[in-house]
Design a protein around this ligand. Structure first.
Ligand SMILES: [Zn+2]
Length: 459
């Protein structure tokens, strides 16, 4: 038996001692080691370049979705042309693999769109290099549109330095740095429009993806990742919040959701499994920085570009700074009682944004180097027994080393124990399926680990 304990409780350790008599299984690859390529990427992400991107985005005066599209210096049209040029420039410098394009559609009149308006996303795709993984995609986004107090005001200054030039700049920086490297799966770096007008840009792209049946294995949006300072002036630059939905809000539950509820799997949705993976790789590569998984879709009264993906059944997460200062979001620039209000670039912490970008990049790189999460994972429930018998379908990647069964106590958020089982497609554990949550992960020869797949009952 092989065990790589993370933080095991006494109870789990006691239970695991009962394994001692079982035959030993080869260790498998070291899943805690650092991949040299990912360390390089983390090191190359630059706070200076991120600050340059944010200040350039602010210089367009407003990036409101219905603002000017003709001027070369002001409005959302100039902003998106600059983003596209910048991504093309750095993509070419990185070897020409980054494919940059506009994704455009006309939004009809709606609650926050007063006339038919062209909504344009800027999408940079880095195709995967492994045949078995290229169709699997990971999407990272920020929204480049901005707003001030009146969401319909397309003319007033709306610098949007934190909301969301910070996320846009992080995505641009990730695209430019990661385009120099190769990944098995495909990465999509997206800066989207019309978030403030109802998530329209992201929803358009997500709907196209759904229609085309694209395999989006994970998505994260970066929205308001700019400031480490709360409204009382306290600095916390050592963590980021990662919002992860459990069960989706829907009038009628799908079979997938029904099975989760029936088996107590409320904390094992696709998004929660993705969040566990992002937390593990983000914290491993960005030392001293915490990924604080919040087990909610989003903050109260708020939404973001991960939601259109969630609504279409994809795993999707939101990164946001630890404590927002509402004087510096969605506010006209003005001075009140000696306080300068507005979403201005001097309130951002560029070293902090770089840390959040590093977490994103480490997670994206790990996911896209790792095999896909195993499919058809099932737990045998046909007889009354305390052992746990798991079965799953074999993965197709040529660099697959094997599979790892992970488990945790039912009150725990993160995996507590694991066992590498090689290239088997079934495993029996002497821990009771009734008392632990299990998952199965795929591991490649370099030690890159997929997110876990939750087993459904096999009767
Ligand atoms: Zn936002």
């Amino acid at each position: 038996m092989h065990l790589k304990p993370l933080t095991l409780s006494v109870a789990v350790l006691a239970a695991l001692n009962t394994y001692a008599a079982q035959a030993a299984v080869a260790d498998g690859p070291d899943t805690r080691r650092h991949q040299a390529q990912i360390d390089q990427i983390v090191k190359q992400i630059s706070p200076q370049r991120i600050e340059g991107y944010v200040r350039k985005l602010v210089s367009f005066r407003t990036r409101h979705t219905m603002s000017d599209t003709v001027s070369e210096t002001e409005g959302i049209g100039a902003a998106r042309r600059w983003i596209k040029n910048e991504l093309e420039r750095c993509g070419a410098a990185a070897g020409g693999k980054l494919q940059v394009a506009f994704d455009s559609h006309i939004a009809p009149v709606s609650a926050r769109i007063s006339r038919p308006t062209e909504i344009v996303n800027v999408v940079a795709t880095l195709p995967g290099t492994q045949d078995a993984s290229r169709e699997r995609m990971y999407v990272v986004s920020g929204h480049y549109d901005s707003r001030n107090t009146d969401v319909m005001d397309a003319h007033g200054d709306a610098p949007g330095a934190d909301d969301d030039a910070s996320g846009t700049a992080a995505v641009m920086e990730m695209a430019c740095v990661m385009a120099r490297y190769q990944f098995d799966a495909t990465l999509v770096f997206m800066t989207v429009a019309a978030e403030e007008q109802g998530l329209l840009g992201a929803a358009h792209w997500a709907e196209q993806a759904k229609q085309k049946n694209l395999n989006i294995a994970g998505m994260f949006t970066n929205d308001i990742i700019g400031s480490s300072r709360d409204e009382h002036g306290k600095i916390d630059n050592k963590q980021v919040r990662l919002f992860a939905e459990g069960l989706p809000v829907q009038k009628e539950n799908s079979d997938v959701v029904r099975t989760l509820i029936q088996t107590g799997g409320e904390n094992d949705s696709l998004s929660r499994q993705l969040a566990r993976s992002v937390k593990e790789s983000g914290e491993r590569y960005v030392s001293g920085f915490k990924v604080n998984v919040i087990q909610r879709r989003d903050r109260y009264l708020r939404g973001g570009d991960h939601m259109p993906f969630l609504e279409r059944g994809y795993a999707a997460l939101r990164f946001t700074e630890p404590a927002e200062d509402f004087n510096h979001q969605h506010q006209n620039i003005r001075t009140e009682n000696g306080v300068l209000i507005g979403d201005l670039p001097q309130y951002n912490d560029y070293a902090y944004i770089a840390q959040v970008a590093r977490v994103n990049a480490a997670a994206l790189a790990t996911l896209s180097l790792a095999p896909a999460a195993p499919t058809k994972v099932q737990v045998r429930t046909s007889k009354l027994q305390n052992d746990t018998e798991l079965v799953w379908q074999a993965n197709a990647e040529p660099d697959l080393a094997g599979y790892r069964v992970v488990w945790r106590e039912t009150g725990a958020a993160d995996w507590q124990g694991s066992r590498f089982v090689g290239k088997a497609t079934e495993a029996t554990l002497t821990l009771s399926k009734d008392n632990y949550y299990f998952g199965v992960q795929a591991v490649d020869n370099d030690g890159n680990v997929s997110p876990a797949t939750y087993p459904v009952p096999l009767r």
